[in-house]
Design a protein around this ligand. Structure first.
Ligand code: LLP
Length: 414
């Protein structure tokens, strides 16, 4: 466990969170090296020994350079969705030949940069994009490897904002039209069309829908091969969920990859997966301090120094994050409170009607499972400097991103 109580005090690995808060201040993101690496190793080691594979970490989940560097050193590939993410991966020492570029709106300039950097392949989502990659590759005198991202029309049964595999979503190429799209792509110069990719959504708690999508993709690969299209790679995306609530049933990484092994055996395919959340979410907390309490009518509001600008998920997806006092005390009352930030919006809450041990002004709270889609989605709304980020490794820790200053807030303005 990356985070656990020892003698009534919450630790990250061997470091008390209170020590970090005292020195780095709050709000502050804290990540566990051991937690992130153990998740990566679980993915990597769950593939059958003779199954060629790459675990491409979805950079969007947490793109701190130190997190990327950890994963690069462990041998991860990367799934990127912008030139900025590619820049980060390269700066962190990631291997460009293990990078896949996803996303529905790559610009010509982004394609150019990625090709020059020598990425492994592009997951393409439209015919226009494929034409641009062909043109760009021809100009550079190179061959670009591409996959077509197909939309398998499978319901991921997750929050509508993070569901991507239905016909009504903007993502991918309709699987029913894929064969025609492969024929067209194969006729263009400068392309190696050797892969199929797919990603149906995020925070998927029941992997049945993911496996349904895999089956549809593998059936497509058979049809393509029958038609003479040489498919050697498949990219099955990310999406595996985590237990934000203590009683959520978590799909195990090992079981899910086991299911992939069974389906891929004997097919002669290199497989990539693109996990984000399941690699890093549980290995991060957002540390915050209680500012004050207030009552409005019958409601109790606990106002803390972290807000929707720091952790957007509750406001945007009504997401649940467990919130724990950093110090446990015996005999506290249990209260029902809204845990809110200081931002001037009623949508600014970290928890609503939450049963919590009553906490005091100045106390530290840990908002759990904030390692994915936490800092990366934060903003300066209400002119709040963005939080610091800390990486713990055993009994040592360091600030891997300084808290922003007021000067940082205005540095690009005239
Ligand atoms: N690959 C592609 C093409 C994706 O679009 C995504 C996530 C992933 C991989 C990684 O998925 P994961 O393993 O993390 O589920 N901000 C939202 C999540 C958005 C996910 C977007 N795409 C949240 O906070 O829940």
């Amino acid at each position: 466990m990356s985070f656990e109580y020892r003698n009534g005090s919450l630790y990250c690995e061997s470091v008390p969170l209170a020590e970090i808060a005292a020195s780095a201040g709050t709000p502050c993101y804290v990540y566990s090296t051991a937690g992130i690496l153990s998740r990566f190793l679980e993915y990597d080691s769950s593939f059958d020994a003779n199954q060629p594979h790459t675990v491409c970490y979805a950079v969007k989940a947490n793109s701190n350079l130190s997190v990327l560097r950890l994963l690069a050193q462990a041998g991860a590939g990367f799934d990127i969705v912008s030139a900025g993410e590619l820049y980060r991966v390269l700066r962190a020492g990631g291997d460009p030949s293990q990078v896949v570029f996803s996303g529905v709106g790559k610009t010509f300039a982004e394609i150019d940069y990625a090709l020059k950097s020598g990425i492994h392949s592009f997951n393409c989502e439209s015919e226009t994009e494929i034409e641009w990659i062909s043109e760009c590759a021809t100009r550079q005198g190179k061959e670009a490897r591409i996959a077509l991202r197909v939309n398998p029309d499978v319901d991921a049964a997750t929050h509508p904002y993070i569901s991507t595999g239905l016909k009504e979503n903007k993502f991918g190429i309709d699987i029913a039209l894929a064969e025609e799209a492969y024929r067209k792509a194969n006729a263009l110069p400068g392309l190696i069309v050797d892969s199929v990719s797919c990603h149906i959504g995020s925070q998927i708690l029941n992997p049945t829908s993911m496996l349904e999508a895999v089956d549809r993709v593998l059936a497509l690969i058979e049809r393509l091969r029958d038609q003479g299209v040489r498919i050697t790679h498949v990219d099955l995306g990310g999406g595996l969920g985590i237990a934000y609530k203590p009683n959520d049933a978590t799909p195990s990484i090992r079981e899910y990859i086991g299911q992939l092994n069974a389906r891929l055996a004997g097919r002669n395919l290199h497989v990539a997966v693109e996990p984000g959340r399941s690699l890093v979410a549980e290995s991060g907390v957002l540390l915050s301090k209680v500012i004050l309490h207030k009552h409005n009518g019958s409601k109790l509001f606990t106002v803390i120094d972290a807000a929707m600008n720091d952790l957007m998920r509750p406001a945007l997806y009504q997401a649940h994050h467990e919130i724990q006092p950093v110090h446990q005390h015996q005999g506290r009352d249990t209260v029902t409170a809204d845990i809110v930030g200081p931002v001037c919006e009623s949508g600014d809450f970290l928890a609503k009607d939450r049963q919590m041990p009553s906490v005091e002004i100045g106390e530290l709270l840990a908002i759990r499972d904030a390692g994915a889609y936490g800092f990366v989605m934060s903003s300066n709304y209400n002119s709040r400097p963005r939080a610091a980020e800390v990486l713990v490794d055993g009994s040592s820790w360091k600030i891997v991103r300084e808290r922003e200053t007021f000067e940082d807030l205005i540095q690009n303005e005239l």
